[in-house]
Design a binder for this molecule. Structure first.
Ligand code: DQA
Length: 143
């Protein structure tokens, strides 16, 4: 099984960025968690992070026919990007949405998720462990 983990803008700033909201784990810690999860589950996990909406759309399109599942944290584009939603619909790959923080208890503008309209599950407020949970879900269902 091959999964792709996609992270949107400012996720590369984890650990530095608003630690009271996103925690002290760094982006490097997240990559280590992905590596360990891939080892434990005996699956291939690739990862991609970009601060650019179009690059995320390009990466979702390129996943077609290559990956069995996508774990996506579109970050701020969660709340704005119809383009990312349409790309997910276009490739029709099973996807799970992850948010490190509990977006439900934050500002009203974070209550809308466009990608979430496609994703079959959303994991929020679990810190970086949410990525592991999303991977386990996809592996159990599609692996
Ligand atoms: C986030 C929540 C978003 O509202 C925010 O813009 C992010 C990160 C999260 O992981 O909690 O950048 O997706």
């Amino acid at each position: 099984m091959k999964l792709l983990v996609i992270n949107g803008p400012n996720i590369n700033m984890l650990g530095i960025r608003e630690p009271g909201i996103y925690g002290k784990n760094t982006y490097a810690d997240l990559l280590t968690l992905l590596e360990q999860t891939a080892k434990d589950a005996v699956i291939q996990i690739d990862h991609f992070q970009s601060n650019h909406e179009g690059a995320i759309v390009d990466t979702i399109q390129a996943a077609y026919g290559v990956y069995d599942g996508i774990v996506i944290n579109p970050a701020a584009y969660t709340h704005t990007s119809v383009a990312i939603l349409d790309a997910l619909k276009a490739v029709s790959i099973p996807a799970v949405e992850v948010h490190i923080s509990d977006v439900d208890s934050r500002e009203p503008f974070r209550q809308i998720s466009y990608a979430g309209l496609y994703c079959e599950k959303t994991i929020k407020g679990q810190g970086i462990d949410g990525y592991r949970q999303a991977i386990c879900y996809l592996q159990e269902k599609y692996g």
